[in-house]
Design a protein around this ligand. Structure first.
Ligand code: ADP
Ligand code: MG
Length: 493
């Protein structure tokens, strides 16, 4: 049983070595519904002794038992079964995700479908991992084996809770690694839920462990632990830097998907309606809690005023509401902490730029961490609201004069996760694409993300790539095997 109930609120345990266990200390932390501000669950809070247990389980499962003997085909079948279980439980998982994170139920349903698709993708890829035969001289044979990197600690954020779990678990399982997944403390409930499917899907005990707790304790202990071979992290740049420093002591492999301050660039010849929608969707989807949010909207001067006006008008139509209502397009922010953080940026923005719409708390909600979708305009790219990741529904609109200025402003950021450009001019579109320093550049769209294509950042948006074959690579080592074919002894003495 993952749970026990006390005072009407469920208490969830950690999943270690195929069993539900409370924290060694007995400690729990509360989990909230951000639309009501009420506690909806308590979750076991892991500390060093729990981390030791989880790492020991993952290590043992990696080194011995059924997992190392599992074939690539078998791992593919397990991933397919997980995908099937997830699809069968879409309604339940989407409900939990929406309730816990505040994202609209419709969005949560898309997320769960993407989760299943991600498991299916890596199910198919599991038995397509191949080595090379290397062209060494004729008296030898050299080839490469691709082997799992070992025990992976996977630390994920709260904006796409189960999807981020899938992006990390699916390729790791396909590669034959073992995992300790640490969900964000704000949103642990869907990862806990899918652990109930592991046994039926055929995952041996210890292959995937779900360890809950706070970043500074559970997360930090995982990163420092000598029994962990690799850390895969998605989260803030600030924590990414802490992780790299800590992982250096044991020289773990590290992949990081960090934040962004992504430019969304609009030229006058873009399809007008699509462009205005794309600007809003790019920055406001998922309450703006998106690492690739197009939070810097760069608009050429000749259309600038009209574009800001059109964005403002359409923003009035965004339906804010309770996450579980199907008409809702924007729910509350995930937590009090995030609400306070974004609110403080609203105050900073009011000093740095002009407000087109929004700027505070929507009047209609008595409770919940709701904030209005907010558009700042006449923003200078040196302003804090143009440089710092806000991770909320806050757009900074910046005017520019011509293509080269657009590129200069777009690249004038420490980040490089994503960018988008809107124009009907194919020459201009691809010149801009080539000039932008970002891990993904969309043309005439922003945000679509497919499991088949790579995802990750340039510059301070991190390193390593997720999704597609690139995502699997990050969980593989390369072993060269050299075979001597020459029977004559080495003429050494
Ligand atoms: P936010 O502040 O928006 O929650 P974080 O980057 O702090 O974003 O959180 C992303 C993930 O990183 C969460 O799972 C969190 O628990 C974890 N985390 C936070 N601090 C640390 C840390 N010092 N070491 C390891 N993991 C951490
Ligand atoms: Mg944090």
């Amino acid at each position: 049983m993952s749970t026990s109930s006390k005072a009407g609120v469920q208490t969830y345990k950690n999943f270690i070595n195929g069993k539900w266990v409370p924290a060694v200390s007995g400690a729990t932390f509360p989990v909230y519904d951000p639309s009501t501000e009420e506690v909806i669950a308590q979750v076991a809070s892991a500390a060093a002794p729990d981390v030791d247990q989880a790492v020991a389980a993952a290590r043992a499962a990696f080194d011995s038992g059924p997992w190392p003997a599992t074939t690539a085909q078998d791992r593919g079948k397990i991933l397919h079964k997980l995908a099937d279980k997830i699809r069968q439980n879409t309604a339940r998982l989407a409900d939990i995700e929406s309730r816990n994170s505040g994202k609209p139920i419709i969005e949560a349903e898309y997320d769960i479908a993407d989760v299943a698709t991600c498991f299916e993708y890596y199910a198919g890829l599991a038995n397509k991992v191949m080595g090379h035969v290397n062209p060494v001289p004729a008296n030898a044979l050299s080839f490469t084996l691709r082997e799992p990197v070992g025990v992976a600690a996977q630390i994920i954020p709260w904006n796409y809770p189960l999807l981020m779990a899938a992006w990390k678990l699916a390729p790791a399982i396909a590669a034959g690694c073992t995992c300790i997944l640490k969900p964000a403390e704000q949103t642990p409930l869907t990862a806990i839920e899918i652990a109930n499917y592991f046994e039926e899907a055929g995952l041996p005990p210890g292959v995937v462990n779900i360890l809950n707790g706070l970043g500074e304790t559970t997360g930090a202990a995982l990163v420092a632990h000598p029994g962990v071979d690799k850390v895969a992290f998605t989260g803030s740049a600030a924590v990414g830097k802490i992780i790299v420093k800590s992982a250096a002591d044991t020289l773990k492999r590290v992949t990081l998907e960090l934040g962004g301050k992504s430019p969304n660039i609009f030229f006058p010849d873009a399809d007008w309606e699509a462009a205005v929608d794309g600007a809003l969707f790019g920055v406001f989807i998922n309450q703006g809690e998106v690492c690739s949010a197009g939070s810097r909207i760069l608009v050429e001067k000749s259309i600038y005023s009209k574009f800001v006006e059109a964005m403002t008008e359409k923003t009035k139509r965004i339906k804010l509401g309770a996450p579980l209502e199907r008409e809702t397009k924007m729910g509350p922010l995930v937590s009090k902490e995030q609400y306070d953080r974004v609110s403080s940026y609203l105050e900073i923005g009011k000093k740095e730029a002009k407000v087109a719409i929004g700027g505070g708390r929507p009047k209609q909600f008595g409770k919940g961490y709701y904030l209005e979708p907010t558009i700042f305009y006449d923003v200078d790219n040196s302003a804090r609201i143009a440089r710092e990741e806000i991770f909320g529904p806050v757009a900074s609109v910046i005017p520019f004069d011509g293509e080269s200025e657009a590129i200069r402003i777009a690249n004038d950021t420490p980040y490089g996760l994503a960018a988008a450009v809107w124009t009907r001019d194919i020459y201009k579109a691809f010149r801009v694409v080539k000039s932008l320093r970002a891990g993904i550049v969309w043309v005439n769209h922003m945000q679509p993300t497919y499991v088949e294509a790579p995802w990750g950042g340039y510059k301070q948006s991190g390193f390593g790539r997720e999704l597609g074959p690139w995502g699997l690579e990050e969980y593989l080592e390369t072993k060269q095997v050299f075979v001597n074919l020459d029977e004559t002894p080495i003429a050494w003495y």
